[in-house]
Design a protein around this ligand. Structure first.
Ligand SMILES: Cc1ncc(COP(=O)(O)O)c(C=O)c1O
Length: 398
């Protein structure tokens, strides 16, 4: 029987590709340090569970397709208090994570064959949505030597065509850890406005930016408000990836009406998760975010200085999120990552990396790079770095 091209064209994510090798390594008795997982290891705040336990729901009915009003009001307050953003509850639609928000936003904007403009390297899961919806990707390159910041406006414009319907930004970036400046956001906003296209601003890491840097939201610019769509999620903000709560946020009424229709088609998101999420938004404030940020910033410092000390390794200091892009002294980072799992251990331990090629659209780009995620404790980061260093030495002497 038939399998659609839309589905069969979707590639395995670079994060998941190595799982069989990891399973083999564990079977062989090795301990594996996970430099590959992009999900917070910090506990989900107890408030999430308390609000669910105290809820008076006795029949789990479908919730409103827009999401619970209480949650949307709590998010609206969160935007005002933390980022001075004015989004009313009517400008917020709750989704099953940022992932569903992305799917709905792209579905509402693109017809098959339309084009999206994006900076590479980019979050590889976007490709699955692009394939599903048959969206053509026009990527402009952000270079490691520029800290993965945006190239000049002309380079971005060179990739724009009459079929371009939106620019997708990830700020702070996955896999880059780059936090765009206000000037960069204005360049993107201007391009969108001048060409009457959308800016989809994926801000799921907004609260994680370091060195007293503020990750400015695309929603901060009233002049681009009709063009701007924000992708929100509680996954990283509250260490709650499994809760599956996100949102589409926009002031563009016509666009939001379309997204609402898509929300109605899937009826509702999890009502219990929404209750927990409302509890998080209503109780956890600046102190909680500061505390979390400090933990990741410390880890960022440990990993950055550790990587700088490894021979032949090049690294861009991440400004936010919990990822770092690393150029390794190897020809093919995927082969090396597999070798680490299949053939190498140091005192019975090895490390799992994410080869970076899958984050690029351009063939062969990122072949020497890996993405490292620092969602593990500092002592584990240090051990994993030692293993990486030993592994590189042995690999290059083979
Ligand atoms: C850049 C980016 N956007 C969106 C998501 C989706 O997250 P979720 O669906 O858990 O909200 C992720 C998850 O890692 C991500 O890194």
């Amino acid at each position: 029987m038939n399998i659609s091209k839309r589905s069969s064209n979707i590639k395995t994510s670079p994060v998941r590709k190595l799982i069989p090798y990891q399973e083999q390594a564990i079977k062989a008795g090795k301990k594996v340090y996970h430099f590959n997982i992009g999900q917070p290891d910090l506990p989900t705040p107890p408030e999430f569970f308390e609000f669910i336990a105290n809820s008076e729901e006795r029949t789990l009915k479908y919730a409103h397709s827009k999401g619970n009003l209480g949650l949307r009001q709590a998010m609206s307050k969160f935007y005002k208090e933390n980022f001075n953003l004015d989004y009313t509850d009517e400008e917020i639609l709750i989704t099953a994570g940022g992932s569903e928000a992305l799917l709905f936003v792209l579905t509402a904007i693109f017809d098959a064959g339309d084009e999206i403009l994006i900076s590479e390297p980019y979050y590889a899961n976007y490709n699955s949505f692009f394939e599903m919806l048959q969206i053509k990707v026009n990527a402009f390159s952000a270079k490691a030597e520029d800290g993965f910041h945006l190239p000049p406006k002309e380079e971005i414009l060179a990739k724009l065509t009459p079929n371009t319907k939106a620019i997708l930004l990830t700020n702070p970036g996955n896999p880059t850890g780059t936090v765009y400046t206000e000037e960069e956001l204005k360049i993107i906003g201007d391009i969108a406005k001048e060409n009457n296209i959308y800016v989809i601003s994926d801000e799921v890491y907004r609260l994680l930016s370091y060195d007293n840097r503020i990750a400015t939201s695309m929603g901060s610019f009233p002049e681009y408000e009709e063009n701007t769509v924000i992708i929100e999620s509680i996954s990283k903000t509250y260490s709650a990836c499994g809760a599956r709560i996100g949102a589409v946020v926009s002031k563009n009424k016509t666009f939001m009406k379309e997204v609402y229709k898509l929300c109605q088609s899937r009826l509702s998101v999890s009502s219990l998760d929404m209750i927990g999420a409302e509890g998080l938004y209503n109780t956890l404030k600046k102190d909680y975010f500061d505390q979390n940020r400090a933990i990741y910033e410390k880890r960022r410092d440990v990993i950055y200085s550790g990587l700088l000390n490894i021979d032949g390794v090049k690294v861009v200091k991440p400004e936010g999120a919990f990822y770092v892009m690393v150029t390794l002294p190897v020809d093919d980072s995927e082969k090396f990552a597999i070798w680490l799992l299949e053939h190498f251990d140091y005192e019975g331990e090895t490390v799992m990396l994410t080869p970076a090629q899958g984050f690029y659209k351009t063939p062969d780009a990122g072949k020497k790079q890996v993405r490292i995620s620092y969602c593990i404790e500092e002592d584990k980061i240090k051990k994993a770095l030692t293993i990486l260093e030993k592994g590189l030495k042995e690999y290059n002497n083979l």
